[in-house]
Design a protein around this ligand. Structure first.
Ligand code: PLP
Length: 438
């Protein structure tokens, strides 16, 4: 699941802005002429060449975040599997692969993307509460590293398909530890009432009693939710799972790895990301003592603040007391504000220094719910000005759509002073390529 609990206008309530934090690290920052840059590339230069809207990502951001997380886990035998769902451009998957990550995938398409990005099959985990027979067969034929299984009936189907193919499938049960991650209900996944995972008692019975000739239980898995900032729910869930592993060990079942999932929170507007220092102190010793290999499946932590959506102002409009900026991007490019009420910082690409007014920044689609931000303070924009919608590297392009027959925007990667188009803008032809007049 993929959302955030950051509601509209959050940053303006506490008076903080995300940009100074990103600027500190040079990911997104203004130069001396008040022009927005991604690393050392001018956003306006990119816009002049590719048009708007477009997504732009900083490669350095991924590298730095990967290193922060790896440092926190020092001393553990660990492997990071990038949650491809958060941003699945094959170039982004490839960046994480080069850093040493495997891939956590959730569908046939994500598996295909990970393989195309060069992730070896034996570094791919397949999750998902509703795997189809086609997906299972593909994964077994490719000999992926692991199935994260979410129900007994799925386990039986995997066994039967593996048996037909004369293969053994490696499995970790995704357990539902019934802990409250204190996040938005839409992105809490480890409570008994959620559809995800198998209750601990039931999982224990499956590990102990299954006699399936084509299944090998190699580990155990959890993912309790997204946008988690507190250590406590991870600790509570890991303790429950390690207790279960002890009981299984006593019964002769030795699991080799524990996957503690993703969900490490990032700030959409100022403040702090998930505190890996505290994680190091409180969680890493528990993991080290387990004697098991530790897997993690982060997505947003790497991708969200790597990216921005760049849009152009089309029109300004006033309805009653409301000031509207009508931009050339909306819910078809970035649905999170409309879908979850998620907050994204919006800043001008050229900062004019004029006095600020409050605006609703809306898109061109035929929906009242089509907006990028409400009550956003902006220095009086004018038509053709560019706006940057920050924190748009995760669950953004991957959730985009062709609604209103809009063409998906291009994606740009900034890498060490250069920028590359890593996905082209869709064409009119592509909109209808799978259709035929009958
Ligand atoms: N693993 C699983 C099973 C998930 O469902 C998700 C997100 O929905 C993730 C990992 C990645 O979560 P995040 O992007 O919050 O790290």
């Amino acid at each position: 699941m993929a959302d955030s609990q950051n509601y509209i206008s959050k940053s303006h309530q506490d008076g903080k802005s995300l940009l100074p934090l990103l600027a500190e690290q040079n990911y997104f920052h203004y130069n001396d002429n008040n022009e927005l840059f991604c690393e050392n590339v001018s956003i306006k230069t990119i816009a002049d060449e590719v048009g708007t809207p477009f997504f732009v990502y900083s490669k350095k951001y991924f590298t730095d975040k990967y290193q922060t997380m790896s440092r926190a886990l020092a001393g553990c035998d660990f492997k990071i599997f990038y949650a491809v769902k958060s941003n699945y451009n094959i170039n982004i998957i490839n960046i994480l692969r080069e850093l040493g990550a495997g891939a956590d995938v959730n569908s046939l398409g994500e598996m295909y993307r990970a393989l195309k990005a060069g992730v070896p099959a034996n570094e791919i985990l397949l999750g998902g509460v509703g795997k189809s027979a086609e997906e299972i067969k593909f994964a077994i034929e490719k000999d992926i590293f692991l199935f994260k299984v979410e129900s007994e009936s799925e386990l039986l189907l995997i066994n039967s398909i593996a048996n037909d193919l004369g293969k053994i499938a490696r499995v970790a049960l995704r357990v539902n530890p019934d802990v409250d991650p204190h996040t938005h209900p839409y992105i809490s996944t480890g409570l008994a009432e959620n559809k995800f995972g198998i209750a601990l008692k039931e999982a224990e019975a499956i590990y102990l009693n299954s006699r399936l000739s084509s299944i090998q239980f190699t580990g155990i898995d959890m993912h309790i939710g997204s946008q988690i900032f507190s250590i406590a729910p991870y600790k509570a869930a890991i303790e429950k799972i390690l207790n279960l592993c002890q009981r299984l060990k006593a019964a002769g079942i030795n699991l080799h790895h524990i996957d503690i999932g993703g969900g490490y929170g990032i700030e959409y507007a100022g403040g702090k990301d998930f505190e890996f220092d505290a994680f190091s102190k409180e969680i890493v010793p528990l993991l080290k003592n387990s004697g098991m290999k530790i897997f993690l499946e982060p997505g947003r932590y790497f991708s969200a603040n790597s990216g921005a959506l760049i849009a152009k102002v089309l029109y300004l409009k006033k309805n009653g007391d409301k000031n509207f900026v009508i931009a050339d991007a909306g819910m078809s490019e970035l649905i999170r504000p409309s879908l979850y009420g998620a907050y994204h910082e919006i800043v001008p690409v050229s900062s004019s220094g004029k006095s600020e007014k409050m605006y609703d920044v809306v898109g061109p689609l035929c929906e009242s719910g089509d907006f990028l931000g409400k009550d956003i303070p902006l220095a009086e924009p004018a038509p053709n000005d560019l706006l940057a919608i920050l924190s748009a590297g995760a669950y953004s392009m991957v959730m985009s759509s062709n609604y209103n027959a809009r063409m998906r925007p291009p994606e740009i990667l900034v890498d060490n002073g250069k920028w590359h188009i890593i996905r082209k803008r869709e064409s009119l032809m592509q909109l209808i390529q799978n259709e035929e007049l009958v």
